[in-house]
Design a protein around this ligand. Structure first.
Ligand code: GDP
Ligand code: MG
Length: 312
């Protein structure tokens, strides 16, 4: 493991690929590896790219990669593919786009299916991003579909969150507006070659000036045509500006608070045998036990078990 970690840190591509598989599969080797790599993380610029399906997120990401590569930067990409059959076409498109970078060792791409396991997905995604960071990738792009809470959360925990929208969404903007103003650092209006970009921009500016809960902030809006690359340079400039202005320390605090809680939750649950939970459920069903007392007792049993272990 030490050896694999050392090879990842040295930027060895094959080691990175192997480590990524270990992390994705969440086997027993994942944790020691992540532990060994942690001191080498925190250097990359991580960028979350989120937005509705079909908005052009993957196309935007692909163009960002091209531009960053042209500058000589090394790049990592984590794409979270919804496993829904309806988006199967999009995944195929992603595969084809990825092929274009296949021969370039400066681009490391991993795509993950959501497999319905929500909490685990967020963790695996962020762990993968950390891995690429430790391997010295200068920029790590994380593409998620901005629908589920979990996916939005992933994007939000990056250094910079880009929300990709498209003209002609009409009421959809209203529908998602509560969430996006909170998480967006940069708005990309993609498919600006189609009618309605101007109107969407006005809507977004209107929303910003209303400033939900009085926290009006100026979020940069960039128009792009990802299929041609138009506007991508401006998008990168906006992303870098946000990172420089830096809500980074606060973001990092938020990130680690959330992740530590998640690890704790996972560990705590792992300490409780499923049979013990089932036994409590029986009691709750026949009303001899209430769920609050049940939870208290289970928690108590973890504490007792651990103090016994210590004393043994
Ligand atoms: N007209 C136009 N089509 C685009 C643009 N960007 C992406 N597309 C197309 O929109 C479709 C969905 O793009 P994709 O990147 O897979 O969207 P994602 O689901 O958000 O990742 C594809 O057919 C793209 O070629 C754009 O700027 N203009
Ligand atoms: Mg996509």
């Amino acid at each position: 493991m030490e050896d694999l970690a050392a090879r990842v840190v040295a930027g060895e591509l094959r080691a990175l690929a192997r480590a990524a598989t270990l992390v994705e599969n969440r086997g027993p080797q994942a944790e020691p590896l992540l532990k060994a790599l942690f001191p080498y993380t925190g250097r990359a610029m991580t960028v979350g790219v989120t937005g509705p399906p079909g908005a052009g997120k993957s196309t935007v990401v692909d163009q960002l990669v091209r531009q960053l590569r042209a500058e000589g930067q090394t790049v990592g990409v984590v794409a979270v593919d919804p496993s829904s059959p309806f988006t199967g076409g999009a995944i195929l498109g992603d595969r084809i786009r990825m092929q274009a970078h296949h021969a370039d060792p400066g681009v490391f791409i991993r795509s993950m299916a959501t497999r319905g396991a929500l909490g685990g997905l967020a963790r695996a995604t962020l762990d993968l991003a950390m891995l690429m960071d430790a391997a010295g990738r200068q920029t790590v792009l994380i593409e998620t579909v901005g629908v589920g809470q979990d996916e939005v959360e992933i994007a939000r925990l990056a250094d910079v969150t880009v929300v990709v929208l498209v003209p002609g969404m009409g009421d959809d903007v209203q529908a998602i507006k509560a969430g996006i103003l909170e998480i967006a650092d940069v708005f990309v209006i993609n498919k600006a070659d189609q009618p309605g970009a101007q109107r969407l921009e006005q809507e977004l500016r209107g929303m910003m000036s209303l400033g939900s809960s009085g926290t009006a902030r100026e979020i940069p809006i960039v128009r792009t045509v990802a299929t041609t690359g138009d506007g991508i340079a401006a998008a990168i400039e906006a992303i870098r500006q946000v990172r420089q202005d830096g809500s980074r320390p606060e973001r990092q605090r938020l990130l680690w608070r959330a992740r530590l809680r998640e690890i704790l939750r996972e560990r705590l649950l792992a300490e409780i045998p499923p049979a013990a939970i089932d036994a409590k459920v029986e009691g709750i069903l026949d009303r001899t036990l209430d769920p609050y007392t049940a939870a208290g007792e289970l928690l108590e049993s973890v504490v007792t078990t651990n103090s016994n272990k210590k004393n043994a």
